[in-house]
Design a protein around this ligand. Structure first.
Ligand code: MG
Length: 158
């Protein structure tokens, strides 16, 4: 078994779509990024890559590469999962904590779990997503952006 941790944060942009865990969430602002700004998928990718000691998201998908501009981050997650399979790793489970002051994310947690599990070809039960505020503290608390932590467990198959 191998464990990995991932962290990502994106600041809000002036408009655009808010996508978290592959789910489009109604909000006045999206997250600024080269890709779709899906901090949940990015943190999860980094946790998976970290568990396998295969570097990080930026190594595999450079943010100055036009190929990844505006990219659906679920596609990145799918490619990370394929890389792990190639290297003989199976994902056991993952747990994500989102830090956001707004919008309220609880109504979207089930859809995020489903979208992430679906793209990883896993049972929804194996993917946990939680959301919390920072009680108005720090940049997240001032509503300047959204952050996500993820941990993932891998099993070496050979
Ligand atoms: Mg990111």
């Amino acid at each position: 078994m191998r464990i990995g941790h991932g962290y990502d944060v994106h600041r809000f942009s002036s408009g655009g779509k808010l996508v978290l865990g592959g789910v489009c969430i109604p909000h006045s602002r999206g997250l600024a990024a080269h890709s779709d700004g899906d901090a949940v998928s990015h943190a999860l990718c980094d946790a998976l890559l970290g568990a396998a000691a295969l570097g990080d998201l930026g190594t595999h998908f450079p943010d100055n590469d036009p190929a990844f501009k505006g990219m659906n981050s679920l596609c990145l997650l799918k490619q990370v999962a394929a890389l792990l399979r190639e290297r003989g790793f199976a994902i056991v489970n993952a747990d994500v904590t989102i830090l956001a002051e707004t919008p309220k994310l609880a109504p979207h947690v089930a859809a995020m779990r489903e979208a992430l599990a679906n793209i990883l070809n896993m049972e929804t039960q194996a993917i946990s997503v939680k959301a919390t505020t920072t009680e108005g503290l720090d940049a997240i608390g001032r509503g300047e952006g959204i952050a996500a932590h993820a941990v993932a467990l891998l099993q070496e198959l050979r």
